[in-house]
Ligand binder design. Structure first.
Ligand SMILES: *Cc1c(COP(=O)(O)O)cnc(C)c1O
Length: 386
């Protein structure tokens, strides 16, 4: 089976990990700060805080922005559940803004309409979490303007998008957000096996992210309540977690950063192949590319034109899997999950997201996808959709 995504590990990546295993520090050594400084300099963000997953980083980001039981947090329904679960961990209420029919990202017009209504009802969100689906940036300029107007903070969930650009600048620079989140799960653009990061330009948020990553403990006298008792002394000033990344994982991440531009180039080559292939002659919608963006191409999502097809969505999906094409579906609208139904969400809530879900299909997309596999994907698609 050709998977829809997979990691790309070379000899230098392996050597970097082995070196850590032979060194003095498996965790809390020099590799985490090294990885963080590479993330910051690549993206242009002032600060990077590496954590053990993007989910942890999303949780810490919500906490750093003061999300609590009184807060409302809005995100996109077409995302991995972690984007909204992070707000639930804080006791907040979540809500969903429907997607744009072309980009499948959070729709800025629908966001504005929802904000106008929420203002009248006194239910404005504290934080909005736009998600850069497939690696293509949301309309951040517009979302940022709305943030200023309606007083919410912004966490960009860029789990799909490291290496991508928006208005010719690197995603992750936080030009239009308070915090940006990256994921390093093996199917994402670069990997640390499990891992994530939070990026910010704000020194206060940076400090808060560090605290929540590590038990709420500080060793900085300026942040302490009492005078230091001695060189061993530390204080716990918040209720934090152990969300630290190990040096083993960070060494892999750091080695992968050296290959990031190459990964993006290869993913673009795969996308170019698909765009030029016979897929364009089939009853499918190819991914729309906004001219303000350069996608990181974590995913390559097609929408089936089901009215023009004999087989249904599910049948096509199963046939492709049977033919060795590891297609997938990103994502089931989050609020349709049983846990979210229990919170009161009903089918029909975000019609565009539900219509997307009925026809979307992610086809194999990763840097190491070879020519033969790409050709096979197109060939099988062509024969099954005939
Ligand atoms: C993968 C992903 C996450 C969670 O990432 P982890 O590193 O696995 O915790 C969050 N949001 C989105 C959009 C993702 O794709």
């Amino acid at each position: 089976m050709i998977p829809y995504g997979r990691q790309d590990i070379d000899a230098q990546d392996i050597e970097a990990v082995v070196q850590v295993l032979k060194s003095d520090f498996l965790t809390q050594g020099p590799k985490v700060p090294e990885f963080e400084s590479k993330l910051a300099s690549y993206t242009g963000a002032k600060f990077a805080v590496a954590m053990n997953s993007a989910t942890s980083a999303l949780h810490a980001a919500c906490l750093a922005l003061g999300v609590g039981p009184e807060s409302l947090v809005w995100t996109s329904p077409i995302t991995f559940v972690a984007s909204s679960n992070a707000a639930l961990y804080c006791g907040a209420k979540v809500d969903f803004v429907d997607i744009d029919s072309k980009t499948y990202n959070m729709c800025p017009q629908k966001l504005e309409e929802k904000l106008i209504l929420a203002k009248k009802q006194g239910r404005l969100p504290k934080v909005v979490i736009p998600v850069h689906l497939a690696g293509q940036s949301c309309d951040m300029e517009r979302i940022h303007q709305l943030g200023k107007q309606y007083g919410f903070s912004i966490i960009e969930d860029a789990s799909h998008a490291v290496g991508g650009k928006y208005k010719n600048r690197s995603i992750g620079n936080c030009d239009y957000s308070d915090i940006t989140i990256l994921s390093f799960h093996p199917v994402k653009i670069i990997t640390t096996a499990e891992g994530g990061a939070a990026l910010t330009n704000d020194p206060k948020l940076f400090k808060a992210l560090n605290l929540f990553r590590s038990h709420g403990i500080t060793r900085d006298q300026n942040d302490m309540v009492h005078e230091s008792h001695g060189p061993w002394y530390y204080e716990q000033i918040e209720l934090g977690y152990n969300y630290r990344m190990t040096d083993i994982h960070a060494a892999l991440g750091s080695a992968q950063m050296n290959r990031l531009d190459d990964f993006i180039e290869k993913r673009h080559a795969v996308a170019d192949f698909y765009f030029k292939s016979n897929l364009k002659n089939l009853p499918v919608v190819l991914p729309y590319q906004d001219s303000d963006t350069k996608s990181a191409y974590h995913l390559f999502i097609l929408k089936l034109k089901l009215d023009d097809l004999k087989l249904g969505h599910k049948e096509i999906f199963i046939e492709l899997r049977n033919a060795g094409i590891g297609v997938n579906l990103h994502y089931i609208p989050v609020y349709l999950q049983p846990y979210y139904s229990r919170l009161g969400f009903k089918p029909g809530y975000c019609p565009e997201a539900e219509s997307y879900y009925k026809s979307a299909i992610s086809i194999p997309m990763y840097s190491a996808l070879n020519q033969q596999s790409k050709e096979l994907v197109v060939e099988k698609f062509t024969s099954i959709l005939k």
